[in-house]
Design a binder for this molecule. Structure first.
Ligand code: F6P
Length: 401
C-alpha cells in the first residue's frame, strides 16, 4: 500500500480528528501517503471529478487539533446503495484509481458502517474506525465519551437555573434508539430520572418520583428551593412501543425518522398530572409560593441542547481511542484486511471484528439499569429487583461503556 484515503461519515462527534491524525501519523511512519476524501461518501462518489486531494503531511496535520470535535474531512449522509446510477461502484473505483488510492479508512457509525460493508463487498478495500456518539455499535465508538461528558455538564449546569426557579428540568438528548448517552450522562450529572428508548415510560411512576423528590427538596430547603432533573433520550417510545416523533421533521438520507419531541412529551405528561394533583396547591401554599391565577403549580421546562452535545471539544478518552482506532485501521489495511472494524489496541494486539457484526445495534443493558434503580434513580418503570451475582475475577479490566 502506497496511498490511502480517509473519510468520515454520518453525524459528527468528538474524537474524529484524532482518528484522522492517528491514521495519518501511522501512515507517515509506514511511508504511506494518506489523503482526505472530503465530505464523506458524497466526496467519495465524486472523487473522479476532483482536481486534487489534500495530503495529510506534517504541515497539514499541524493545522487542526485532535481536540476539536467535528471532522476536518467533513461529512455527508449518503447511502451509496441508494444512488440510482448503476455504475456507482465503478465510478468510485475510477476515482480511487485516478488518485492511485489502494484503500480507505472509513470512520462512521452503523449507517456509514453498512455502506462500508457494501463497498468492501464490491471490491473496495476499506477498514472501519468506529465512531458514533450514540454508542450503539458492538465496539466502543469514538464520540461517545465526549458526548456523555458534554451532556453531563449541561444537565449539571441546568440545576442552577432549575433550583432558582424550583422547576423540573427535562433535557432531551440525541442518541437515536439507544439510550447509552442519556443513561451514562444522567448518572454522571446525578439526574433524578433517566428515560431511555429501551424502557417505555410509565408516566404515573415518573410523576410520583418527581413530585416526591421535588417537594421534599423544596420543603427541606431553608430558602424553599429545589429542582428535579430528567434526562430523556430522543428515541423514547410510547408505552405501546410507538415513536414519539414530530411528524413534520421528516426522514434523513437513510430513511430514519428525524426524532423530535420526546422532551416536550415528557413535559406534557408531567404538567397534566401536576394540574390534576389536589395536593399541589396545598404544597405551594405551605411553602409560600402560591399566587392565585399566576403561580399555582411548579413549572416544568424542556431544554434541547441538540447538536451542542456533539460539538466543541473532544474528551481525552476519545482522543486516545481515536488515535488508536485511526492508526490501527492503517495497519489493518496495510496487512491486507478489508471489511473489518477496529475494536481495540492493546499493546501489540490490534483487535478487530467483522464490520457487519460490529454495526449490529447495541442497547442499554437492563440489568445495569436495575443496579441504578436499586440506588434510587427513576427509569420510568416499576423498580426491577436487583439480585447481585458475585464473581471473583483475575485482574480483568473492562471499560464501563
Ligand atoms: O447518529 C448521531 C446523531 O447525533 C443522532 O444521535 C441524532 O439523532 C442524529 O445524529 C442527528 O443527525 P443530524 O445531524 O443529521 O441532524
Amino acid at each position: 500500500m502506497k496511498k490511502l484515503g480517509i473519510l468520515t461519515s454520518g453525524g459528527d462527534c468528538g474524537g474524529l480528528n484524532a482518528v484522522i491524525k492517528g491514521a495519518a501519523f501511522m501512515a507517515l511512519s509506514k511511508g504511506i501517503e494518506l489523503y482526505i476524501i472530503p465530505n464523506g461518501y458524497a466526496g467519495l462518489y465524486n472523487l473522479v471529478d476532483q482536481e486534487s486531494l489534500v495530503l495529510l503531511d506534517p504541515h497539514r496535520l499541524d493545522q487542526f487539533d485532535a481536540n476539536f470535535a467535528g471532522s476536518e474531512a467533513g461529512h455527508s449522509r449518503v447511502k451509496i446503495k441508494a444512488i440510482s446510477n448503476p455504475e456507482k461502484y465503478n465510478r468510485i473505483k475510477e476515482g480511487m484509481n485516478k488518485f492511485n488510492l489502494d484503500g480507505l479508512v472509513i470512520s462512521g457509525g452503523d449507517d456509514s458502517g453498512s455502506v462500508m460493508v457494501d463497498l468492501s463487498m464490491n471490491g473496495i478495500s476499506c477498514v472501519h474506525a468506529p465512531k458514533t456518539m450514540d454508542l450503539d455499535l458492538q465496539t466502543y465508538s469514538v464520540g461517545g465519551d465526549s458526548t456523555i461528558n458534554r451532556i453531563a455538564q449541561f444537565v449539571q449546569d441546568l440545576k442552577t437555573t432549575g433550583r432558582t426557579h424550583n422547576r423540573i428540568i427535562v433535557t432531551e438528548v440525541f442518541g437515536r434508539y439507544a439510550g447509552h448517552t442519556a443513561f451514562r450522562s444522567g448518572i454522571a450529572a446525578e439526574a433524578d430520572c433517566i428515560l431511555i428508548p429501551e424502557i417505555p415510560a410509565d408516566w404515573d411512576i415518573v410523576y410520583e418520583h418527581a413530585v416526591s423528590r421535588l417537594t421534599r427538596r423544596i420543603r427541606q430547603s431553608d430558602v424553599h428551593a429545589g429542582t428535579y432533573s430528567i434526562v430523556v433520550a430522543e428515541g423514547l417510545k410510547n408505552a405501546d412501543g410507538s415513536d414519539i416523533v414530530d411528524e413534520a421533521a421528516g426522514v434523513d438520507a437513510f430513511g430514519h425518522k428525524k426524532l423530535a419531541g420526546a422532551g416536550k412529551y415528557v413535559c406534557q405528561e408531567l404538567k397534566k398530572r401536576l394540574k390534576a394533583d389536589k395536593e399541589m396547591p396545598v404544597f405551594m401554599k405551605e411553602t409560600g409560593m402560591f399566587v392565585e391565577g399566576i403561580y399555582e403549580l411548579p413549572e416544568v421546562r424542556e431544554v434541547t441542547p441538540g447538536h451542542l452535545v456533539r460539538a466543541g471539544n473532544s474528551s481525552a478518552y476519545d482522543i486516545n481511542f481515536g488515535y488508536e482506532a485511526g492508526a490501527a485501521a492503517v495497519l489493518l489495511l496495510s496487512e491486507g484486511k478489508s471489511g473489518v472494524t477496529v475494536s481495540k489496541v492493546k499493546g501489540r494486539k490490534i483487535e478487530f471484528i467483522e464490520s457487519s457484526k460490529a454495526i449490529e445495534q447495541k442497547y442499554v443493558d437492563l440489568d445495569q439499569v436495575a443496579f441504578y434503580e436499586s440506588i434510587g434513580i427513576c427509569f420510568g418503570r416499576k423498580v426491577a429487583s436487583y439480585e447481585p451475582i458475585l464473581r471473583e475475577v483475575d485482574g480483568v479490566y473492562d471499560r464501563i461503556y
